[in-house]
Design a protein around this ligand. Structure first.
Ligand code: SAH
Length: 334
């Protein structure tokens, strides 16, 4: 019998060690090159805000195929060459297989298993669909108390828990499920603590509701289709919604200023997704141009990836809001 987070960690480590995850799902940087390009320019503006430190770490957590970072570096080289010369690429990646794929596109990068070994220097951290892959715990409301879910031979087994890990205000009705992503909260605290010592910022794009919500969001994709998350660990990709409210609270408790979450569609539109896409499209043959525009719409439209996906940023005290998170801009989509 294994606690759910141990099961999920083992299943995803096996999955990312053995599969090309992009066979089963497509992420924003794989949909449009403009995604990585505008995040690179976001990092360049943040670098200006914090006084152009040299060197600066440009960090990505969970870089997948390295597409986001490659697109970001290309745009930075064109538009912000001084930032390009000052930055050092650091990647947080546990999968040896994906590290090898990243090394082909990002020569000169330095890899880490986690945040702990990053040098204590000014930094900009980017992460897309990283938090949703981290292992969660699940608790179930039963009568007056709570149980925790373990996995045994492909089935959930519930074990009563004494104390309820600070999730009491999230209870649903009887049988309601509350989720806890401890590694994500540890990352929020670690980034928050760094930001009280080093100038910098962090940007996370991921999927989940704006406020903590009760409910079981664990899901598996296998061979491109939804599958039972408890079957065949390692054969499919396991993810869960990110609890942005808890994530932001953990960063604030550690001393960071938090911005958002705001819907991904609004964030990307504010950063110029459509203007940049239009400019690229005009330089391409008609068939490719239509594909680029369609890709931008997929990232931003509310009934596609524009609303369920969110952007959230952490910064240091006393800095202006990072690009896209300006408070006075209207929050509309569609
Ligand atoms: N950001 C990429 C890939 C998302 S898939 C994209 O948008 O396309 C999740 C990524 O996080 C993969 O690179 C995976 O190997 C990595 N990853 C998963 N769990 C991790 C962990 N605990 N520590 C570091 N990297 C992890």
């Amino acid at each position: 019998m294994e606690r759910l987070d141990a099961f999920m960690a083992r299943a995803n480590a096996a999955y990312y060690a053995a599969h090309d995850p992009f066979r089963d799902f497509t992420t924003s940087p794989e949909i449009s090159q403009v995604f990585g390009e505008i995040l690179g320019l976001w990092a360049a503006v943040v670098w200006e805000h914090i006084g152009r430190p040299d060197p600066i770490l440009l960090v990505e957590a969970g870089p997948g195929r390295g597409t986001l970072m490659a697109d970001a570096l290309r745009a930075i080289g064109q538009v912000a060459p001084a930032f390009g010369s000052a930055l050092r690429v650091h990647l947080i990646e546990t999968s040896a297989r994906l590290r090898a794929a990243q090394a082909e596109r990002l020569p000169g990068a330095i890899w880490h298993e986690g945040l702990e070994t990053l040098p204590l220097e000014p930094f900009v951290l980017l992460a897309n669909e990283f938090l949703d892959a981290l292992p969660i715990r699940q608790f179930v409301k039963r009568g007056d108390g709570w149980t925790e879910r373990f996995v045994h031979r492909g089935q959930f087994v519930e074990v009563p828990v004494e104390c309820f890990h600070g999730l009491a205000d999230r209870e649903g009705g009887a049988g309601g499920v509350a989720e806890l992503n401890e590694p994500a909260l540890a990352i929020a605290r670690a980034v928050g603590t760094r930001l009280t010592n080093q100038p910098g910022a962090a940007l996370f794009l991921d999927y989940g509701p704006e406020h903590s919500a009760a409910g079981d969001s664990l899901q598996a994709l296998r061979d491109g289709r939804p599958a039972n998350p408890l079957d065949a660990p390692g054969a499919g990709d396991l993810t869960a919604h990110v609890d942005f409210e808890a994530f932001a609270n953990a960063a604030r408790d550690a001393g960071a200023v938090t911005h958002g979450p705001i819907p991904q569609g609004i964030f990307l539109a504010r950063l110029g997704l459509f203007q940049r896409t239009d400019r690229l499209a005009r330089m391409r043959p008609a068939g490719q141009a239509a594909g680029l525009i369609e890709a931008a719409r997929r990232l931003a439209e509310p009934d596609r990836m524009g609303r369920l996906f969110k952007a959230i940023a952490f910064g240091g005290p006393g800095r202006p809001p990072p690009p896209g998170f300006e408070r006075y801009l209207p929050l509309r989509i569609g």
